[in-house]
Design a protein around this ligand. Structure first.
Ligand code: IPE
Ligand code: MG
Length: 229
């Protein structure tokens, strides 16, 4: 969800205003995805590296999460959204941890769409914590395979993403889901996150349907090819 700061600056507003609008874009996106039958939506809300931002911005973002949970949790819960938080919870404040726990427990039985919020998350952090937990479980090196390690990843409960969308114009992954995007289709858009909504989702889905997913295999021979002499 990139581009909040630039969106605000273009309007001669403080960056925080962009983050606030970003929350509304997120709620809009969850609804639009649920309406389109998406079962899992994972968003990158705060990276392990975002602590490097000025402390006022970091505390503004933390406060915004608390406000967003109190403002939107009931609405999302009533719409059938199940919320899961992925990331390192050890470093966040008790208040924030409690808000996450409340969001997860209130929505635990919902089944329409699962919204995974990556917060204090990094793709490399995830791989390291998975290895660490596998070692704690004394998984033998010779029995550690991809399926086993997948079970220790923070998103083990969700399928790998079919589609990965980055807003804000940068063409990089920036330590988001490194393990899970091995075969995801990547879509990059210049749209700044606060402006993201139904039109951009439909455009990304249209782009996705044009992609030819082979997962390292070859394209199956078409009926015409079989008929050719
Ligand atoms: C939102 O966009 C990302 C968050 C960490 C919440 P940015 O804050 O990175 O916005 P830009 O890239 O400066 O425009
Ligand atoms: Mg950015």
């Amino acid at each position: 969800m990139d581009g909040n700061g630039r969106w605000a600056r273009r309007r001669f507003m403080p960056r925080f205003f962009g983050h606030k609008q970003g929350v509304d874009a997120l709620v809009r996106t969850v609804q639009a995805c649920a309406d389109r039958g998406v079962e899992y939506l994972t968003v990158f809300a705060f990276s392990s590296e975002n602590w490097k931002r000025p402390s006022e911005e970091v505390s503004g973002l933390m406060g915004l999460v608390l406000v967003a949970v109190s403002k939107y949790l009931a609405k999302l819960a009533s719409q059938g959204v199940r919320i899961r938080i992925v990331g390192d919870r050890a470093q966040v404040s008790d208040k924030l941890r409690e808000a996450w726990e409340q969001a997860e427990s209130t929505t635990a039985h919902n089944t329409r769409i699962t919204l995974c919020v990556a917060f204090n998350y990094g793709g490399r952090w995830d791989i390291v914590q998975a290895c660490r937990r596998a070692m704690q479980d004394r998984v033998a090196p010779e029995s550690l395979d991809e399926a086993t390690l997948s079970r220790y990843m923070a998103l083990s409960f969700a399928p790998d993403p079919d589609l990965f969308i980055r807003t804000g114009g940068e063409v990089r992954i920036s330590n988001f889901l490194l393990w899970q995007v091995a075969y995801s289709e990547l879509v990059f858009t210049d749209c700044l996150w606060p402006e993201f909504g139904e039109a951009q989702i439909d455009a990304a889905f249209a782009e996705y349907t044009r992609r030819d997913r082979r997962f390292g295999g070859v394209k199956p021979r078409s009926a015409e090819a079989l008929q050719a002499p």
